[in-house]
Design a protein around this ligand. Sequence first.
Ligand SMILES: Cc1cc2nc3c(=O)[nH]c(=O)nc-3n(C[C@H](O)[C@H](O)[C@H](O)COP(=O)(O)O)c2cc1C
Length: 325
Amino acid sequence: MLRTAFTKLVGVEVPIQLSGMGSVGGPELAAAVSEAGGLGVTTVAGLTPEAVEARLDEIKHHTRKPYGANFLIPLVQPDAVQAAARKARVVDFFWGFPDAELVRLVHKGGALASWQVGSLEEAVAAEKAGCDFIIAQGIEAGGHIRGKLGVLQLLAQTVDAVKVPVLAAGGIGNARALAGVLAAGAAGARMGTRFLAAEETNAHPDYVRALIAARAEDSVRSTRFEVTCPLCPSTHGVLRTAVEAADALSTETVGEWHHPDGVRSIPRFGGAPPNRQIVGNIGAMAMYAGQSVGDVTRIQPAGEIVRELVEGAEKLLHRTAASVA
Ligand SMILES: Cc1cc2nc3c(=O)[nH]c(=O)nc-3n(C[C@H](O)[C@H](O)[C@H](O)COP(=O)(O)O)c2cc1C
């Protein structure tokens, strides 16, 4: 078994945290990862406290195991954080400088606090703010990229500087990469892209097909999907084909999101990734993907992905231990 400081702290069985992934990583995917022994996480950014509770109850409906709620700092509301902390084992933050008051609210509600960081400075500040664990995000990541360093460089710097467990994020999608970051001192890995083609995904089927067809090299760093994006201007890891398709368009609208609150128009170069409730030119939307997209080769249940990663990493780490002994 791959037990680490992260699995012991959170009470999960394997050192994998699912990335919160906006509307494409919903409660079903989070529940499936938690059921498989990892930490399933869903994004609750921008929701009211009541909607946060309802979203987290959906996870609870599918699993009794620990799960997490993810917030984006530009959209954070303290009462929503309090609601999440009453329900989730972990409340996770991204895209802002670590804030001790938010961490205090999480602890007061009885949950653990985690912060995804893009630099050593942010990592040190996250520990100082009271976070229970930290995620070091490298530029290989899918979605919005906070820092300037590759994952191994930032991981090494962070592990040397802080005492709390550190997870690695960005471009990790296979057992070798998971074993690699664990051997380098990570207490686990946060993965997003690898789970986008899981059976339980809320990513649009055309997006899933594009991910399966893509190679690692097809994940590019771009700044283009910045329209109506609260995290922009920023760099993001996205499929090259999406940038090219949006560039080639002559219309300023690419589709519609049939949201429970009403129909929303999706602008060209809009920041929302295409989910199953969106219709239109899916290939020209923000199909975020990390370099780990090279590991997305078919649709699989999330539980199978977790087992494949963990069993593979375990074997590799045993083999490495034996060869250096
Ligand atoms: C489609 C997609 C959406 C994302 N949305 C969020 C989000 O809502 N909140 C967040 O903290 N991180 C988000 N991320 C970034 C992840 O937290 C994480 O850094 C990334 O998934 C790691 O790289 P990987 O995708 O190669 O595994 C997103 C990533 C992807 C691929």
